[in-house]
Design a protein around this ligand. Structure first.
Ligand code: NAD
Length: 337
């Protein structure tokens, strides 16, 4: 059994912990937290061993009546791999800790690409992560774009990608984020940083992205235009995408008109936390004009990177190939709406 440590138990970390627990070949050695908040309470209730991420704050857990299993150093030392799911920039500060104990580490999309040996997306470059010590699971948006671009490149060739990312202002729990009543070009400079991030997965890709932020918390929405190397029927693209387990084509009859109903559907389907691990592509939006393909897709920022973290564990440790790992992850989590 692969022993996985999770350092940073927030939006991403708690989801990765549950996903690790669902795998037949790995278990959660423990989760490290900085403070005894509601997530620390539920970690204990779920039976995860809780470690103090910052030694000087250990007494706060004692005062809150939460048992601590040890320090983050002990957790990292005993683990086969660490998933660092701390806020942007903290992963970089933690790198020396992982190096000290020679424990390979996965970082998240908030870290810079040059922190790591490899930026990772399971569908696109699984094998590149084998034996790497420091791997970055790319951001929610980059994951969502990569999953669509990989099959298009393999099947038709891609000349150019243009994407406008309408981004949620903050996650539901992020009470300090916004805008509350505005539409922001964000970043206001063009192209946005998202395109270069996708190029960390496909280094010879031509992609320009534009970003906006809107008063929403549920999901991001991508408006995508891909110029292919050949003329293709929209129906063929739909068939191509239908074979991709992490692309969910929303059928017209479901009458899902936006992120709100998508999340409602995920909750009705019994998904934990209403998570939508797949890209949710509006089937009717898939259109072609000559060599240009267009579509709209919803990206659930809190969860699409979760199966990617699971696959990255196997990729780094070399315990499965891409196909086996993706299949196991999909089956155990119930991916494929
Ligand atoms: P979060 O704030 O919800 O969770 C981070 C957790 O780490 C919190 O519980 C925080 O208390 C804890 N923490 C802070 N400092 C720590 C330290 N020194 N050691 C251990 N734990 C510490 O953040 P998140 O949304 O889960 O984001 C984590 C990473 O995932 C970031 O790189 C982010 O860019 C990336 N990411 C986030 C999203 C998203 O939409 N939430 C999507 C994809 C990737």
């Amino acid at each position: 059994m692969i022993q996985v440590a999770i350092n940073g138990y927030g939006t991403i970390g708690k989801r990765v912990a549950d996903a690790v627990r669902a795998q037949p070949d790995m278990e959660v050695l423990g989760v490290a937290k900085t403070r005894p908040n509601f997530e620390a309470e539920t970690a204990i209730e779920k039976g995860f061993a809780l470690y103090a991420a910052i030694e000087e704050r250990e007494h706060l857990f004692d005062e809150a009546g939460l048992d601590i299993a040890g320090s983050v150093d002990e957790l990292v030392a005993d683990a086969d791999i660490v998933v660092d799911a701390t806020p942007s920039g903290i992963g970089a500060e933690n790198k020396s800790l992982y190096e000290e104990y020679e424990t390979p580490a996965l970082y998240q999309g908030g870290e810079d690409a040059d922190l790591v040996d490899v930026s990772f997306n399971a569908r696109s470059n699984f094998e590149d992560a084998t034996d790497a010590d420091h791997v970055r699971v790319v951001s929610c948006n980059t994951t969502g774009l990569s999953r669509v671009i990989a099959p298009l490149r393999e099947t038709y060739g891609v000349e150019k990608v243009r994407a406008t990312l309408v981004r949620r202002g903050g996650d539901p729990g992020q009470t300090d984020r916004g805008p509350i009543n505005d539409i922001l070009p964000n970043p206001v400079t063009i192209p946005s940083h998202h395109g270069p991030d996708v190029e960390t997965i496909f280094d010879d890709l031509d992609i320009d992205t534009l970003g906006m932020k809107v008063p929403a918390t549920q999901m991001h929405m991508h408006s995508l235009n891909v110029t292919l190397e050949e003329e293709v029927d929209a129906a063929d693209v739909r068939d191509l995408f239908a074979d991709e387990s992490r692309l969910f084509l929303i059928p017209e009859h479901m009458a899902i008109d936006g992120s709100g109903k998508l999340k409602e559907y995920a909750l009705d389907a019994g998904r934990p936390r209403g998570d939508v691990w797949e890209n949710a592509i509006w089937e009717e939006s898939i259109s072609t004009v000559g060599r240009d393909l267009y579509l709209f897709q919803g990206i659930h920022q809190e969860s699409d990177v979760v199966p990617e973290n699971i696959d990255a564990v196997r990729a780094v440790l070399g315990t499965a190939d891409a196909e086996e790992s993706i299949e196991t992850t999909d089956e155990t989590l119930g991916i494929g709406l």
